[in-house]
Design a protein around this ligand. Sequence first.
Ligand SMILES: [Cu+2]
Length: 274
Amino acid sequence: MITRKEVLIALAIPMLAMAISACDKEGGDAPAAQQAARSTAGVPIEIVPTASIKVFSAYTQIIDGQSHLTGKRVWGVEGAAVEYYIDNNGTTDLLLTATPPISASNLSNVSNLVISQPAITRIRPNQSSKFSVRFTVMTKASFSFALSFSTNATVGQTGPVFDFKVGGEGAPELVYLQETPIGDWLPYNNAVSPQNITVPRGSQVTFTNNDSRVHVMNSDPHPEHSDCPELNQVGFLNPGQSRQTGNLNTARRCGFHDHENPDVAGLRGTITVQ
Ligand SMILES: [Cu+2]
């Protein structure tokens, strides 16, 4: 049986040896091994395991006690989901200790808020867990709500609860569709297409951005973009710009989204390759 203390000491010895060989270069005269043996005898060295929390939404890191500002967004009449990742950067398990793990409060201009709770509540070191929040913005105005979860993290979190406010400017999807009809910016073979199209194998699909702002078209899922890599050739489109996908040779259904607006239902669609 190897005890925890033995493991800690085994970890500590190489660190000490490194520190000591650095000393030797500065002119110490005892052999490093001899000094290491002397130093570990009776010197209490403990490496304390920590659970260290980091929370992200897409590429934005969320800081405990601060706000996650989503900017001006269109959330859709059916509601849109914001995904959060909880990463454990520590050396021991990170536990989500409340039941249910994530809770929301202080809803303002928001309705139908539903949290899909994380499947993993014991997050191993270097592992992450994910949850999403679906909600509807009621009127075209600013909205906010608070999210909180209790964890055992001692790094990345102040006190026993990680909490933050989510806020932004929202509008129901109807307003958005009036501003940018979907059919105007996704023509296929010079014919305006609906959001979902079917093409024969070997096709390329042309995306034309007829909007007045930039769109960044990528394969689902967000943010990995791994399902249909051929779609990622479209990418960043300035207003007025067109670009084709790669050859869609495999029969399958390829979802796409605007990477800058991954939660906007009107900017998502599918290409079915037959
Ligand atoms: Cu994306």
